[in-house]
Design a protein. Structure first.
Length: 442
């Protein structure tokens, strides 16, 4: 997690100040429940809230204590006792460190997820706007990187919208799964603390009680959470890769916004590089990097060990901060993306009408030709165009002209029937149907 790829609000979720404030709230809410149950004096619970709630925790002092104790929770509790005074002896009654650490971690993940959901909403809004803007902007569809048949740029955006809408649903589900609380004491048996304390803390912290916690919250929850972030990162990379390809000099159908004064290369002044989407590809790899360690954290020894701890201290902040930045960056890229419809048409026309080959194939079969013969006839004429394009970079041979001159083709199809198959609008006639499926509220 470095400032270059960080945004302040998400960074704040993982700051030491935020962490220690959450630790305090967990302990203080537990004291309230213990007081209601008559385990500790109610006045003590009030004092803990009053003094601890008004305090600014001294990070340096906590670190100083930890250097001696070699235990972060004990260091915090010792510092809290310095603030609260004698009533601090009632803090952490019947609890274990993981009760604080795991519950806090999940609170932080929930807070981070809420920010990510807001990011997702902004991205979806930007994609939707560009989708409708270019709903009827015709461009070539490609399979294997090769010209296939016409689509529209709006459909490319609609595809991205549907994908990120699914990602949003997954993120909502991941938030629900991770939003659990454990205040069950050593090895999770509630031997020294009433389960009602856990229920109270969970409600107060916006969580639900973990059904079974073996001193730690089960890490399959976290594995699914980080896997979800990994899928979102992959979707970011897919869109970023599409834009990078469209910006290639030979294609140049779309381009990242290039601001006044921006430089593309230290050596070549002409360069306008897809730096933002290349950056997004790299950031996506970093987010996915957390998935495997999160999966491996599931298998802890017996009721607990801490092999997961060092992993989560890093992947929790690093992954959410990086994904937050990436989603915001992609939103900016989509919002300002420069789209070139004339270039799209020009690229599509470079292959001299080959995009209509399937329509001729189908017309021949419907006119009585076997599929094998029809394929041979269409491919025979198509390769003349392809070979011309391969030689010159722009086809000097026209597919329609070749078909009209082919006697074998003309045995089945009239000139009108052939020309009718060269209508671009045929390929886009169901765009509205697709949009209605994707954008159900429009």
């Amino acid at each position: 997690m470095i400032p270059r790829y960080s945004r302040p609000e998400m960074v704040a979720v993982w700051s030491p100040e935020s962490k220690f404030r959450i630790w305090f709230e967990i302990e203080a809410h537990a004291c309230d429940a213990l007081a209601d149950l008559g385990v500790i004096p109610k006045e003590a619970a009030k004092t803990i809230w009053k003094k601890g709630g008004a305090a600014t925790f001294d990070i340096d002092r906590i670190d100083e204590i930890e250097r001696e104790t070699k235990h972060d929770v004990i260091a915090f509790l010792t510092h809290l006792a310095e603030i609260v005074g004698p009533d601090a002896r009632f803090v952490h009654q019947g609890m274990t460190s993981s009760d604080v650490l795991d519950t806090c971690f999940n609170v932080q993940l929930v807070k981070a997820t809420d920010l990510l959901l807001a990011d997702m909403d902004a991205l979806l809004a930007a994609i939707k706007r560009r989708a409708y803007e270019h709903k009827d902007t015709v461009c070539i569809g490609r399979s294997h990187g090769i010209h296939a048949e016409p689509v529209t740029f709006g459909l490319k955006m609609a595809e991205a919208y549907a994908e990120f809408d699914r990602c949003r649903t997954r993120l909502v589900n991941a938030r629900e799964e991770i939003a659990t609380c454990a205040i069950s004491g050593a090895v999770g048996t509630f031997a020294n603390i009433d389960p009602r304390v856990e229920e109270h803390v969970a409600k107060a912290m916006g969580l639900v009680a973990e059904p079974v916690s073996t001193q730690v919250i089960p890490r399959d929850r976290h594995a699914m959470y980080f896997a979800t972030l990994g899928v979102i990162a992959s979707s970011i990379e897919r869109v970023a890769t599409e834009i990078r390809h469209l910006q290639r000099t030979e294609v140049l159908e779309a381009e990242e916004y290039f601001s006044k004064g921006q430089k593309g290369s230290s050596a070549m002044p002409h360069k306008r590089n897809p730096v933002l989407t290349e950056n997004l590809t790299g950031l996506s790899r970093l987010v996915r990097m957390a998935v495997t360690p999160a999966m491996e954290n599931v298998a802890l020894w017996h009721e607990r060990d801490i092999s997961h701890s060092s992993v989560e201290r890093m992947i929790g902040p690093d992954t959410t901060v990086t994904l937050d930045f990436a989603l915001a960056r992609l939103t900016n890229v989509i919002d300002k993306l420069m789209v070139y419809p004339e270039r799209m048409v020009g690229n599509m026309d470079r292959l001299g009408g080959l995009v209509h080959s399937q329509r001729i194939l189908l017309a021949l079969t419907q006119a009585g030709s076997s599929r094998e013969d029809a394929y041979r006839l269409v491919q025979r004429n198509a390769m003349k165009v392809w070979n011309s394009y391969q030689t010159s970079g722009d086809s000097e041979v026209d597919f329609l002209t070749e078909l009209l001159a082919d006697e074998d083709v003309r045995k089945y199809l009239s000139e009108t029937e052939i020309r009718d198959r060269f209508d671009i609008g045929y390929h886009t006639k169901h765009v509205d149907t697709i949009f209605a499926r994707v954008f159900k509220d429009s």
